[in-house]
Design a protein around this ligand. Structure first.
Ligand code: URA
Length: 433
C-alpha cells in the first residue's frame, strides 16, 4: 500500500477502506509517514469529507494507537462525561460527586486547560495537596471504595490523535466535522467507559458557533459511540455567555461547591441536573430522567453529594476542609469592580473574550509550559437579559497584579453589548440526542 494512492483516492472523492485508514494511522504514529503527506490527506478529507464508515474506522484506529484504560475491575456501569469546552465550565467538579453519590461509578481522565478554556485538573489543584498523578491501582481502588477517582491524561492515550490534532492545528484542517468527532471520540473510547454523556457546547464561547453545527457534531459523535458499542447521549448546551458566574480556577471551585450546597447559579445548576440525569439513566440507577433528577436533588439536599466531593478530595491527597469551607480557597488580593458604561439591557456577550480576560489575569495557559495563577479570575454579576444602570458593577476582577486591571477592564467592557430594548434570557439546554 502507498500513501500517495490513499491521498489521490481521497482527493478524487473516493471512500477509504478500513485497511487504508489503519495503514496511514499506524504509519503516521510510528513516524514512517511524513507530516507533508498526512497534511495533504487531511486537506483532501477537509474538502471531500468522510462517510460514517470512514469516520468510525478513523476513530477506532486512533483509539487503538496507544494505551487503553481497562476499567473491567470496577463494579457497575462506568459512565463518562465529556464537554467540548467553554468559559466558566466547572461542570465536572459538581456533576461527578453528584452522580457518584447516586451510585454511578466515576472513573474519569481529565486534562489541563490550554488557551482561554480551563481544565478540570487545574481547578482541582486549588485544593492544597490534591493530585491526579495516582497509579492505575489506586485509581481503580478509589472508584470501587468511594465511587469516584480522576486521573490525568496519560501521554499514550490515543497518540495518533495527539499528533494529528497538532498537525491539523497548523494546516487549517481542524474544523471538519468527521475529524473533530473522531478526535474527541478516539480519546473517549480509549478511556474505557461503558457509556458516555457528551456536553456539546454551542455559541460564541464554543468550538461550534452555530446550533446547526453543534447538533451535527453531537449526532456524529453519538453515532460513532453507538457503532463502537457504547451507550451514548449528547446534550447541546448554550455557550453564548459564560456558564454560571465564576471564571477562573479557585473561584470556579468555590462556585462548584456552592452548587453542591444547593446555592449555585441557576444555569449551571440546571446543566448539572440535566447531564446528571442522563448519566443516572445510562448507568442504570434510574428508570427515567424524572426519577434521576429527584435522586440528584436529594443527593444535594441531604449533603451526600458534598460529602462525596470531600471523600474524593481527601482520597487524592487534598485538604477536604476546603470543601466545607470554600472561603478558604484563596482568591487574588486585588479586587476591583467593572462598572457598566451605559444604561440598558445586556444584549450579547462575546463569550470567548471573557475567557481571554481570565487568561490575561494569569488564570490560563498561553502555552503548554505556562504556570497558571489559580487565585485570579472574574465573577460576573450581570448576564444576557439583565437590566443595568450606568455605573453599576457588572463583574468583579480578582487580580494579583495591579497593572493587569485596566487592560482587562477595557477588554471586558468591549465584550458586553447593550441595547435599550428588553432582551430575553438565553435558553441553556438546546436539545438532547
Ligand atoms: N477537541 C479535540 O479533542 N479534537 C478536535 O479535533 C477538536 C476539539
Amino acid at each position: 500500500m502507498r500513501m500517495y494512492d490513499i491521498i489521490m483516492k481521497k482527493r478524487n472523492g473516493g471512500e477509504l477502506s478500513k485497511e487504508e485508514i489503519r495503514f496511514f494511522i499506524d504509519g503516521y504514529t510510528k513516524g514512517e509517514i511524513p507530516d507533508y503527506q498526512v497534511s495533504s490527506l487531511m486537506m483532501a478529507i477537509y474538502f471531500q469529507k468522510m462517510t460514517a464508515a470512514e469516520t468510525l474506522e478513523l476513530t477506532l484506529a486512533m483509539a487503538d494507537s496507544g494505551d487503553k484504560l481497562d476499567l473491567s475491575a470496577i463494579n457497575g456501569v462506568k459512565v463518562d462525561k465529556h464537554s467540548t469546552g467553554g468559559v466558566g465550565d466547572k461542570t465536572s467538579l459538581t456533576l461527578t460527586p453528584m452522580v457518584a453519590a447516586c451510585g454511578v461509578p466515576v472513573a474519569k481522565m481529565s486534562g489541563r486547560g490550554l488557551g482561554h478554556t480551563g481544565g478540570t485538573i487545574d481547578k482541582l489543584e486549588s485544593f492544597p495537596g490534591f493530585s491526579t498523578g495516582i497509579s492505575n491501582d489506586t485509581f481503580i481502588k478509589n472508584v470501587n471504595s468511594i465511587g469516584i477517582a480522576i486521573m490525568g491524561q496519560t501521554a499514550d492515550l490515543a497518540p495518533a490523535d495527539k499528533k494529528l490534532y497538532a498537525l491539523r492545528d497548523v494546516t487549517a484542517t481542524v474544523d471538519n466535522m468527521s475529524l473533530i468527532a473522531s478526535s474527541i471520540m478516539s480519546k473517549k473510547l480509549a478511556a474505557g467507559a461503558d457509556a458516555i454523556v457528551l456536553d456539546v457546547k454551542t455559541g460564541s464561547g464554543a468550538f461550534m458557533k452555530t446550533e446547526e453545527d453543534s447538533f451535527a457534531l453531537a449526532k456524529e459523535m453519538v453515532t460513532i459511540g453507538k457503532n463502537a458499542g457504547r451507550k451514548m447521549k449528547a446534550v447541546i448546551s448554550n455557550m453564548d455567555q459564560p456558564l454560571g458566574n465564576a471564571v477562573g480556577n479557585a473561584i470556579e471551585v468555590r462556585e462548584a461547591i456552592e452548587t453542591l450546597q444547593g446555592k449555585g447559579p441557576e444555569d449551571f445548576t440546571e446543566l448539572c441536573y440535566t447531564l446528571g440525569s442522563q448519566m443516572l439513566v445510562l448507568g442504570g440507577k434510574a428508570t427515567d430522567e424524572k426519577e434521576a433528577r429527584a435522586k440528584l436533588e436529594e443527593a444535594v439536599k441531604s449533603g451526600k453529594a458534598l460529602e462525596k466531593l470531600a471523600q474524593f478530595v481527601k482520597a487524592q491527597g487534598g485538604d477536604d476542609s476546603y470543601v466545607y469551607h470554600p472561603e478558604k480557597l484563596k482568591l487574588a488580593p486585588i479586587e476591583k469592580d467593572i462598572l457598566a458604561s451605559t444604561d440598558g439591557y445586556i444584549e450579547h456577550i462575546d463569550c470567548d473574550e471573557i475567557g481571554i480576560c481570565s487568561l490575561m489575569l494569569g488564570g490560563g495557559r498561553e502555552t503548554k509550559e505556562s504556570e497558571i495563577d489559580l487565585s485570579v479570575g472574574l465573577l460576573l454579576k450581570k448576564k444576557v437579559g439583565d437590566k443595568v444602570s450606568k455605573g453599576e458593577p457588572i463583574a468583579t476582577i480578582y487580580a494579583s497584579d495591579e497593572a493587569k486591571v485596566l487592560p482587562v477592564t477595557e477588554r471586558f467592557l468591549k465584550a458586553y453589548h447593550f441595547t435599550d430594548k428588553e432582551v430575553e434570557k438565553q435558553t441553556l439546554i438546546k436539545g438532547i440526542i
